[in-house]
Design a protein. Structure first.
Length: 509
């Protein structure tokens, strides 16, 4: 795309024209000012500019504008090329990618097989603290027979690995710069995406400028600014005032008011995220299945869905949302306070305090829903103590395994649309966050992951779902809706089922 300097030059001596052109060329370093700027209001930020260590999809959606994975999927789930142009299985334990040529990182480094090797090895390293490590743990080693071919060698057959590589936080890094910067990469960010990070202030904003060296379609915006506005009211007010063109996590009770504004539109969609209460197994009472079953029937899920979420979603009928392959729909737990009290008695519960960790602002109405659930537990006779925290503290306690919580409210997005994305990191005893152990469950998860026969995998996943429903290591609640609102001047934005939000393909009127 040619650059329009906006100058009308007539009747100027040829030497003057030459001097002017050279001066403009040397002075110009940013995107064309003729392109519009886009400002968005998000409820949460990535915490870090390094995609390896981001743990929430809104934040990862911000990073997505600067980083790219090898492959992605479209709205239908079909795999599409990004930094890889093709891929194939060489044998049951070898997955080969051919890489896109001519791609450069924002700092000028070439994208090659070494970039892929460094990125993946840094994520799966034994001392890696990446919360996204579980996606790549099947990889034993990485070979690069030439600069634009990569082979991933797995410990054993891994059916989910290809889809795991569509996860945006597995964005490719420039090896030289990443090693030189070390921890400083968390505030800089250098990818291959259509936009380059120019400012990142955690909790306030992330600013991207168009990268005119991008290999794909040229950026449509000169600048994209993500403002972090944690509270629902101020975020909605910013949209209504025209300060931002889009906001996420719109409270259901605000939908009608926002839609009544002729300049605004609410977009509500189901997602592939299951919300739940996780049960840590630190205390003997938490290891008692009758105690967990008591908690399960103490929750009035229908009231949460109907009254708090205003019927924007449905009560969970499976650990896996219905839109995800392998989901088996079952009857949800029936709300029964008397039954909960009897199960507490049968479990030998003596009123010991139970800490309930709840994030404030990460999920749609998480604070209100956490408070409602705590109330249900108290009504049944559980001495529950709710602990409301910001996302950074929550992520450290849960994903960093540094907390002492007994119960925690959070969700898991099935971003690859494969059951293994939930089952392995959440429930396998080798990887999970809660200390739950069940040898039969482990063997079923392994069986589903290591077969390429989808019928055999489905048989394992059906049994897993029934076991989770009965043993209640987690209390499954509802499928998370995604409710965004936009200014109608923003064209082309539609949320994806995996919840990732991307604005490079949108335009402003």
């Amino acid at each position: 795309m040619g650059r329009d300097k906006g100058f009308l030059v007539r009747a100027i001596a040829p030497l003057a024209i030459l001097i002017l052109a050279v001066a403009l060329s040397s002075a110009y370093s940013g995107p064309s000012t003729r392109r519009p700027e886009l400002t968005l209001g998000f409820s949460v930020d990535p915490v870090t500019a390094d995609p390896r260590f981001s743990s929430n999809i809104p934040g990862q959606s911000i990073q997505r504008h600067g980083y790219e994975p090898l492959i992605n999927h479209d709205r239908s789930g079909k795999l599409i090329p990004v930094l890889a142009t093709s891929w194939k299985m060489i044998n049951p334990t070898t997955l080969e990618f051919k890489l896109r040529r001519g791609v450069k990182f924002h700092n000028g480094e070439d994208f090659t097989a070494e970039s892929v090797k460094y990125t993946i090895e840094s994520i799966i390293a034994p001392d890696s603290k990446s919360p996204n490590k579980q996606a790549l743990l099947d990889i034993a080693k990485i070979e690069s027979p030439d600069p634009y071919t990569v082979r991933l060698i797995t410990h054993q057959p891994s059916r989910p690995l290809l889809r795991n590589l569509t996860f945006w936080p597995i964005g490719m890094l420039p090896p030289k710069a990443a090693q030189e910067l070390g921890p400083k990469l968390s505030s800089v960010g250098i990818g291959t995406g259509a936009y380059k990070l120019v400012e990142f202030i955690p909790g306030e904003r992330a600013v991207f400028e168009a990268y005119d060296g991008y290999w794909g379609k040229k950026p449509s915006y000169a600048r994209i600014t993500f403002k972090i506005i944690r509270e629902n009211g101020p975020r909605a007010a910013a949209l209504e005032a025209g300060d931002v063109m889009m906001i996420n996590n719109v409270p259901p009770d605000e939908m009608a008011r926002i839609n009544a504004n002729p300049n605004l539109r609410v977009i509500a969609r189901p997602t592939a995220r299951i919300m739940f209460v996780a049960a840590a197994m630190r205390k003997p009472i938490m290891q008692n299945v009758k105690f967990r079953q008591a908690l399960n029937v103490a929750i009035n899920r229908s009231a949460i869905v109907n009254s708090i979420l205003r019927k924007t979603t449905e009560v969970a009928r499976s650990p896996i949302p219905a839109m995800v392959w392998g989901s088996v729909q079952m009857a949800p737990p029936a709300y029964n306070v008397a039954r909960a009290r009897q199960l507490l008695k049968d479990a030998g519960y003596q009123g010991e305090p139970i800490e309930f960790l709840v994030p404030n602002g990460r999920y749609l109405l998480d604070k209100q829903i956490g408070e409602a659930i705590a109330g249900y537990f108290q009504k049944a006779g559980v001495n529950v103590k709710i602990n409301l925290v910001e996302w950074g503290q929550f992520a450290s306690a849960v994903f960093g395994k540094s907390g002492t919580w007994d119960l925690s409210l959070f969700g898991w997005g099935m971003v690859t649309f494969d059951p293994d994305w939930l089952f392995r990191p959440m429930f396998h005893s080798k990887y999970n966050l809660t200390g739950y152990k069940n040898e039969k469950l482990d063997s079923l998860i392994d069986a589903g992951r290591t077969t390429f026969d989808e019928r055999k995998a489905m048989a394992s996943y059906k049994e897993i779902q029934q076991l989770l429903w009965d043993q209640v290591p987690y209390l499954f609640l509802y499928n998370q809706p995604q409710i965004d609102a936009i200014n109608k001047k923003l064209k082309g934005y539609e949320p994806m089922p995996d919840e990732f939000m991307y604005f490079a393909g949108t335009t402003l009127e």
